[in-house]
Design a protein around this ligand. Structure first.
Ligand code: UTP
Length: 410
């Protein structure tokens, strides 16, 4: 472990000496804990607070990208399904559930997947996802591995919940958990928050590091041993999420693309969703806040939005390509969040408003590291019911309505 002097040196370099303010008053164990946290923390993320270092100031030239549309898919459904189901049956596809987020907007203090979205019965978000996965496994007769990414903050709760609920009837043998990395959180002046006198405030470092965390957890060996060639990555908070979708997998394989992304047609130019397009000729996702008004409203000759296809965090990546890019540096996004912290009097405060920044890498940036990525359009009302907020848009209420619309008893 590093010494006090080395820790001080590191902190001075980043203007974070306040982290050691209470050092002398700590007991031996607490001192060790704090030094080890300083050693393990990547302070370089703070460099992203400088405007010109921000990812958004380094973007290339965007141009629109068309998709395999719902009509195209209907025409080729049988072919896509057969190809995808065969890949699944041969064990070539695994799934990765990204469940390391903190779901601060929902304001639920357990892992988001443990949220009961049911009204007249218990129906957990994890359960919705497992039901969908089970259906594909049953329909195709495939054994589909599921790797679940958690964070240090929600790992035990998540694993215990799956155990308690008997994996919602899914074969436990195919489910494995792994833990993502953490990153420090800072106030609006770039000073890292403390959670206590001996704890730096850290939070999950975004969903972009999922594959390097898979590798670090030793799971790549498992993936290769099973002969997996494709990994379907998806978010926890879409209760209509269709993962390991045979048609989607089949369409990507048939197209010869290196990757695929499920997309929905945007409801309006203003919808706050990332759009799959080209950046300097390579597939890329532009976030809604990065789009200029001109880009947002640009129309094609057919009267459609040129930047039309929004992503729903359901991607298919090839294992070969993931291995090639695992060492690539991903852009760090600076995100405003509510960060619990210790105040000047040593009191633990849970803020009501955003009070600082977290630093996250995002899985959507992996798309730009692919030579090609097939946008695959899905019917929004059947596949996209995000639970982001407690009420309003993309909330528990809107997701419940969509579950009912799809004939799911809640
Ligand atoms: P969000 O971007 O919605 O973040 O995650 P969040 O932390 O869950 O929620 P808010 O913003 O605090 O309200 C999209 C998906 O990525 C996962 C989430 O669990 C969700 O499935 N995620 C997010 C991670 O796995 N790790 C992270 O560090 C962040």
């Amino acid at each position: 472990m590093i010494t006090f002097d080395t820790a001080k040196e590191i902190l001075e370099k980043y203007g974070q000496e306040h982290i050691l303010a209470y050092y002398d008053a700590l007991d031996g164990q607490e001192k060790e804990k704090l030094l080890s946290q300083i050693e393990l923390t990547d302070f370089s993320v703070l460099e992203n607070l400088v405007a010109e270092n921000r990812h958004s100031s380094k973007r290339g030239k965007f141009s629109p990208l068309g998709a395999v549309t719902i009509e195209d898919i209907e025409k080729n459904r049988e072919k896509y399904y057969t190809t995808g189901a065969e890949a699944l049956k041969k064990g070539k596809v695994a799934t990765v559930l990204l469940a390391g987020g903190q779901g601060t907007r929902l304001g639920f203090d357990k892992p988001k997947g443990m949220f009961n979205i049911g009204v007249t019965r218990e129906l957990y978000i994890f359960e919705c996802l497992m039901n969908n996965l089970k259906k594909v496994a049953d329909d195709t007769g495939a054994e589909i591995p599921l790797y679940i990414m958690t964070s240090e903050k929600n790992h035990d709760d998540t694993v215990n919940f799956f155990e308690e609920k008997n994996y919602f009837g899914y074969n436990k043998k195919y489910v494995k958990f792994f833990i993502q990395d953490m990153s420090p959180s800072a106030d609006f002046n770039g000073k890292i928050y403390m959670e206590s006198r001996s704890d730096i405030s850290i939070s999950p470092n975004g969903n972009g590091g999922w594959f390097s965390s898979v590798v670090r957890a030793g799971l790549l060996r498992d993936i290769k041993k099973k002969g997996v060639e494709w990994i379907n990555v998806f978010a926890v908070d879409n209760v209509l999420q269709k993962m390991a979708d045979p048609c989607f997998i089949g369409a990507v394989i048939e197209s010869g693309s290196q990757a695929g992304s499920k997309v929905v047609s945007k409801v309006s130019a203003e919808e706050r969703v990332g759009v799959l397009c080209l950046e300097d000729g390579k597939p890329s996702i532009v976030e809604y806040y990065e789009m200029t008004d001109e880009m947002r409203t640009l129309m094609t000759a057919d009267g459609e939005l040129a930047y039309k296809y929004g992503v729903i965090l359901n991607y298919l990546f090839s294992v070969d390509r993931l291995e090639e890019i695992v060492e690539e540096k991903m852009p760090v996004h600076v995100v405003e969040k509510k960060i619990p912290y210790m105040d000047g009097e040593g009191k633990y405060v849970i803020p009501e408003k955003n009070n600082g920044y977290k630093f996250e890498t995002l899985v959507l940036d992996m798309v730009h590291l692919q030579d090609s990525c097939l946008p695959y359009e899905v019917v929004r009302s059947e596949e996209f019911a995000p639970v982001k907020n407690a009420d309003g848009v993309d909330s528990v209420e809107t997701a419940r309505t969509l579950l009912k619309f799809n004939g799911i008893e809640i």
